[in-house]
Structure formats: C-alpha cells, structure tokens
Design a protein around this ligand. Structure first.
Ligand SMILES: [Zn+2]
Length: 230
C-alpha cells in the first residue's frame, strides 16, 4: 500500500470516530500499520477533525521517527507503536475518551462480561490495566501506557479481547486495520454503557455463565464459527 493510500484509510477511520460521536474536540486518535514497510500512519497531534485532511496524517516508523508528514504525530504515538510491536496480529489501533468506557477506566475496574452482546465481541472481561507507578510516569509516560496494556495480555489473547481500558485514563482498541479498530471502539462504548446500566440496576449481578460466553464467542470466532454469511 502506498503512503497516500495508508494516509487516506487512516484519515477516513479518524473521521468515522468523529461521526460516531466517540470524541470531543481532538480527544482521540486512530492509526494503521503497513508491516511490509514497517511504518504506521497516525493522526496529527491536536488537529481538529473539521479541518483535518488526508495530507495531515503522519507516517512514523516503529521507533517513532517521522518518515513523512509536516505535522507532529499524535502525542499517543508511542503507545500505538508499542502495541504494534507486541501484538503481531493487529493492523489498526484506536484511542478515545468515550464516556462510558472512560468512566469504567476511572473506577479502575475491568468490565465484566454480563451478557451475550459483550461475549459476541470479547471473550471474557475487558481488562483494566494496573495504575502506573511514579517511576513509569517519569520514565516515558506514553510508552509505559503501552507496557501497562501489554502486561494485561500476558494471560489473554489480543485477538480474543480486542480492547482494554487504561486505569484512570481511557480505552484503547485494535483490529485488523484502522476501520476495524474504530468498529471495536464503537462496540466497546456500547458494552461499557450496558455494563454500567446492568451494575446500576443490580450491584451484585453475576457475570454471564461460561457456557454461554463460549457459545456466543465461538459461534462468531474461531475455527467452528457459523454466525453470518459465508
Ligand atoms: Zn487519552
């Protein structure tokens, strides 16, 4: 894929984030990787969606050096590149401060899998990272945000759970490309909203039983999936 095409796809994905009302002002960013070229395209830092053009998208390598672009890349770039380096199956990353997912992040609680809507997209709870230590904050805040996330996935697969909430901060999601990462950001916000309502109605609601989680997740994903059209 040429840089022009990559920038166009990332531009469209960033605009979709805005259209879906997941961002306020400039709070949010989407990127996509070209693994053969070893570069990502990412939203420029602090540029309003209303005035952004595909040409403003910045091309950066996996060591965070600008390869092409006249703007500074998103201040969260190091978190994105960390995720691409550690999650080899992913092609796109999205970060938002969408309201309900961020509220869960602020309570520093994982989002339990309460129902099949959740189980259709994520296999088990949506993890919440640990709170960052003072040493990490001083070392390299954005890179360490990535470390916080990948630490949550030592015991789970980023493919089975394509989303996370960062304690005290907000969500990150990923997918096979930028558009898929945005799709998961939209789904996560809806899952977070339903979970909030569920827990509000009944504080002690139990997570969905494992047999139903398995049924719903595995009928859409995995080798014996049968949901949707062939
Ligand atoms: Zn943020």
């Amino acid at each position: 894929m040429s840089y022009t095409e990559l920038k166009r796809e990332v531009f469209e994905a960033n605009m979709e984030l805005n259209r879906r009302n997941l961002v306020v002002y400039t709070w949010g960013n989407v990127s996509q990787i070209d693994r053969t070229k070893g570069v990502i395209a990412i939203k420029p830092s602090g540029v309003a969606y209303e005035v952004m053009t595909p040409d403003d998208i910045v091309i950066v390598d996996l060591e965070n050096q600008i390869v092409e672009g006249k703007m500074r890349p998103s201040s969260d770039t190091k978190t994105h590149t960390h995720l691409y380096r550690h999650f080899e199956s992913i092609g796109g990353v999205t970060h938002t401060h969408s309201t309900y997912a961020t509220a869960w992040a602020q309570t520093q609680q994982a989002i339990p899998c309460y129902g099949t809507t959740h189980a259709d997209y994520a296999y088990g709870e949506i993890p919440c990272t640990a709170v960052m230590t003072d040493e990490q904050i001083e070392r390299d805040y954005e890179e360490e945000t990535g470390v916080q996330i990948t630490d949550c996935f030592k015991t789970r697969s980023p493919k089975e759970v394509p989303m996370v909430i960062v304690a005290g901060h907000a969500p990150f999601t990923w997918g096979k490309n930028a558009a898929d990462a945005v799709y998961h950001a939209v789904i996560l916000e809806e899952i977070a909203r339903m979970a909030y309502l569920t827990k509000t109605l009944q504080q002690q609601t139990a997570p969905l039983k494992q047999g139903i989680v398995d049924k719903h997740y595995l009928r859409k994903h995995g080798k014996n999936a049968y949901y949707g059209q062939k």
